[in-house]
Design a protein around this ligand. Sequence first.
Ligand code: NAP
Length: 276
Amino acid sequence: MILLDGKKVSNEILENIKDKIAKTNKKIGFAIIWVGNNDASSIYVRNKLKKCEELGINGKLYHLEENALEEEVISLIDKLNKDDNVNGIILQSPVPKQIDIINCFNRIKPEKDVDGFANLSVGNLCLGIPNHISCTPKGIIRLLEYYNIDLEGKNVCLINRSNIVGKPLFNLLISKNATVTMCHSKTKDIKEFTKNADIVISAVGKPNFITEDMVKDGVIVIDVGISRIDGHVIGDVDFTNVSKKASYITPVPGGVGPMTIAMLFENLLNTLKEDK
Ligand code: NAP
């Protein structure tokens, strides 16, 4: 069994990004909008800002109150869209319920949409003309490529159909000539699909969702899920037992999570090639 070491791969990518930033005379400005006080978001936002400092990126947090209105978020996005010193804008999810997150994502100028969540970014990806690709799907593909895992002709069972993970990832996988079965909460007998898959990608958010009996020998397993139990982060996969059958498997933590971060900063670096 080979561990798909996202932490190691992401460190290499980030080192490379840091070098490129140090060599350019252009400044990268990154705006993070955070509405409310979600605990997990506070960790994610802090980590992103810390990473900005390490990489030499001008990261700035715009923290709005829990009761902020959608119009306030939209007007902030409009201001940041016009600011030539801002290359990338993200809106940290989740947002309080009075805000329609899709409306807000769609307001971000496509070239500054470094999370790749806006309709245009997702639509362009479906059409095979991607600009910024959303970071988790992009990070999964990059991790497989790093380990020379060819997707052509592989049967992939993807368990997730969300806008930020499943839908963009489905499109990336088929663009690499994989055959993809997309499962979700209404799928009958998931095991029937996982058992026949060369690659199982699980993004459900339920611990021990993927067990040893659900996969075939030699399977490649990508665990996207994140659950927090007693302060520990755990994935969807019963790692101890599934890893005995797997040829390659991601750990949690240290697999897909760090790749997601690396891809965000790669998208930011790529904004330097575009007109702002
Ligand atoms: P989400 O929108 O809640 O999607 C969860 C998906 O799992 C949905 O498609 C849902 O089906 C499906 N599902 C739920 N219960 C199921 C069941 N019993 N059987 C089969 N499918 C089931 O969440 P998300 O934002 O896509 O994130 C998914 C997970 O990935 C979460 O744990 C999240 O924390 C994690 N995540 C990790 C990273 C990372 O960087 N590592 C990044 C993003 C997300 P329906 O569509 O039918 O509801």
